[in-house]
Design a protein around this ligand. Sequence first.
Ligand code: ADP
Length: 442
Amino acid sequence: MEEKLKILVVDDDEVDRIAVRRALTKAGVEMELSEVGDGKSAIALLNNATSYDCVFLDYRLPDQDGLSLLQNLRSNNIRVPVVVLTGQGDDQIAVELMKAGASDYLSKSRLSSEILGQILRNTIRVHRAEMQVALANQQLRESNSLLIRKNQELEAQRRHIELQNLKLIEASRLKSQFLATMSHELRTPMNAIIGFSQLLLRPKCGELTDKQQDMIQRIFNNGKHLLMLLNEVLDFSKLEAGRLDLKPEIFDLSKLVNATVQEMRSLAEEKNLSLLIQIELQNLVVFNDPTRIRQILTNLLSNAIKFTESGSIAVELKEVPGNQVEIAVCDTGIGIAPADLENIFEAFRQVDQSTTRKYPGTGLGLPIIKALVQMMGGNITVESQLGQGSVFRIQLPRQISSSMQHGADGASNTHASAKKSFWKQENSRFAQEGLQNKSRDR
Ligand code: ADP
């Protein structure tokens, strides 16, 4: 061993102490040796902060025996390796000493430099290995209790989040219920306002001055606009709750597209926009919900007209592989920046979210279209270039699944849960942004 070892010899017999010192020196041990003659002095030294690499302890000391001294050391948690030097015939005692924690023992009669050197090296090696194991164990225990604590904290956080989630779900359910009830309740008086103003406009109801006629026409137009907004909110809340069912039937798609485009023509003409239809369908018949297809097309067309200042709007109808039909609405309008494209299908998302925005709207049109198209088993895509225009493309199966019309069977339940999961994603955004947008729109 090249390092300098701190060694303590505890023996009341000076001759024996000298013998140990000589043997160690002869064995080539580099050391700083301390010697004491009784147990009390040994304990006092060992209790001191200075740590020893090894203690050679005479079993028979004047004030106590080696066993009790050893026990004393261990109970005071002094973890120094102790080699006990015994007299002849003390074998049974040696066994007791090892049990009490001695590192080794040696009969004084066998004391030689080789044996003592060997015992010293082994003892120190074993002791250091034990210390490392104890340290590793201690670290393991510490990280284990740290992990347990972290786990408890995580579990508490999980329970907290779970509770918050339940509260959010409940709040969202109440919000949807409120939206559905309000828009439903508002529709009834709104229909009366529209109906009576329409009646007043008929010549049968008596002569009106131009000013009166103009005012009633405005009541009628605004009433219709408000009803359209209410219907959007009602559809949105129904879709969100998975309560909107499709009513598919067989119909001529080209006829429906033509009729819808004609209804929108006056709006396009007001802005001097040409409105074109291109139908390339071999088979004109589809099985789908005509009311909802009309709603989708009307929404896309009114967006195209709203966001186009000059040029044209075109509706294209064609067959696509996989027994699908495609309806495309193309415009030469303001276009949408690439960064905004991914957001426009989210509820209440508008490219211009400012209060002074030029184009009115609820931001519900595209989310409703997307949800309806998904319910039909189709998909919607958009290509757009700022300042150039946009193309909204809808691809739908020629024949949608008829199970979508009844809420009771299994397929429809799966379908309803798909709808719910779509709206679940929208829910949190709705909660965050909905109220904000609504107050802005007012
Ligand atoms: P809105 O009621 O605002 O029209 P939509 O959900 O229908 O709501 O559309 C969301 C946003 O997508 C619009 O506010 C607009 O910014 C953008 N957008 C939709 N269609 C077009 C289009 N044809 N051209 C340009 N931007 C469009």
